[in-house]
Design a protein around this ligand. Structure first.
Ligand code: ZN
Length: 371
């Protein structure tokens, strides 16, 4: 048996007084985060010459500020404790070279906080959820959480268009037996669309309604840029843009869930290239389009959906010559970005991405055979 996690996300419908307390909690979490960060920066400046002294310094905790700032006592103490944990994580990521140095959070930053299940302080009942410090909050629970799933923590957030959501993280035990791999598929990342697969050379294109929403969003953003910032017409337009941004983000996420579900049901192993999207968009000057393509989110979905069934996501080295190689005879030749068709001296002719996807699949199968 292994421990599995699953998150469930629902809309929250707080009443007026609950909205006020939620807003206070978002503010207090940001406040203590910034306070603790300022203090750590000061400690660092003071002792940076002496690494040993630096190591021995105690880091601040939220409790330290409650005397001076009594309003902190009004909100969920676990939310503040999580701010401390988040800051610690941010520092760890920074020290290990995975992230930039922690920065102060501004009011514009995402409004959210996380609280934990301790002694039954969180309860789902009759279309409401009981959360620390709050009277039961109305929840639009469109699906049941299975009885053997234990709630671990909840993250409450407010979007820019003013909607509230709760993400409930649960844990459950599951026996996962490794699947004997019989059906595999290779995916080649596609800039326009998402990927091309190795079986029929089909491209996973974003749905038409999503592309239409994106066009609409671009149009509304243009209108916003012409409005006087802070005016009532600007505010109205800002809200419209925020709603559209949330809508497109949801449409995209749903599409990525749908595609990853389809692949993880149809195949025992999915093989992809281990791409560094950030490096790629910088190196090729593709800018935003690569980031927005959703490849990172898609591969995360794909990985857990496969692993839950004892299946595998195989990543092959990003330097593997998937584009240059002929998938029939194995010969290699240079390919420019504009060449859309692969033509080999052996007579093989195929769509560039289709050829790559087949190579990716074959390389993955080799890795699986060696494992
Ligand atoms: Zn060939």
């Amino acid at each position: 048996m292994t421990k599995q996690n699953k998150a469930f996300k629902f809309r929250l419908k707080p009443n007026k007084s609950q909205e006020i307390l939620l807003s206070k909690t978002f503010g207090c979490v940001r406040f203590v985060y910034n306070k603790m960060l300022a203090e750590r920066q000061k400690t660092y400046e003071k002792y940076k010459a002496d690494k040993e002294m630096l190591k021995r310094q105690q880091f601040p905790t939220p409790a330290k500020y409650k005397g001076e700032f009594p309003f902190l006592k009004e909100v969920d103490a676990l939310a503040l404790a999580n701010a401390q944990i988040n800051l610690q994580k941010a520092y760890t990521n920074f020290f290990q070279g995975r992230a930039a140095i922690p920065k102060f959070k501004s009011r514009k930053y995402k409004q959210s906080y996380t609280t934990n299940m301790v002694n039954g302080n969180i309860q789902l009942k009759d279309g409401h959820i009981k959360l620390p410090k709050l009277k039961p909050v109305k929840i639009k629970q469109h699906r049941e959480i299975p009885a053997d799933y234990k709630i671990k923590s909840c993250t409450i957030s407010k979007t820019k268009s003013g909607k509230y959501y709760i993400s409930i993280l649960t844990a459950y035990e599951k026996e996962i037996k490794p699947v004997n791999i019989q059906k595999a598929v290779g995916l080649d990342f596609a800039m326009d669309g998402l990927y091309v697969e190795s079986e029929q050379g089909k491209k996973a294109n974003y749905p038409r309604f999503y592309r239409q929403s994106l066009d609409k969003l671009a149009k509304e953003q243009r209108i916003l840029s012409h409005r006087k910032k802070g005016s009532s017409r600007w505010e109205k337009q800002r809200l419209k843009v925020a709603q559209l941004q949330e809508k497109t983000a949801n449409q995209r996420k749903n599409f990525l869930h749908h595609k990853s579900k389809e692949l993880s049901s149809n195949y025992d192993a999915v093989i992809i290239e281990d791409l560094d999207m950030k490096g790629m968009s910088q190196a090729l000057h593709f800018g935003k389009s690569v980031h927005d393509n959703g490849w990172g989110m898609f591969t995360r979905f794909l990985k857990y959906k496969l692993e839950q069934q004892g299946k595998q996501l195989v990543k092959i080295n990003k330097w593997f010559p998937s584009t240059k190689r002929c998938s029939r005879c194995g010969a290699e030749k240079p390919m420019t970005l504009s060449e859309r068709t692969y033509q080999c001296a052996c007579g093989y002719v195929a769509d560039r991405d289709y050829n790559s996807a087949i190579n990716i699949k074959n390389e993955g199968l080799c890795l699986l055979a060696l494992a």
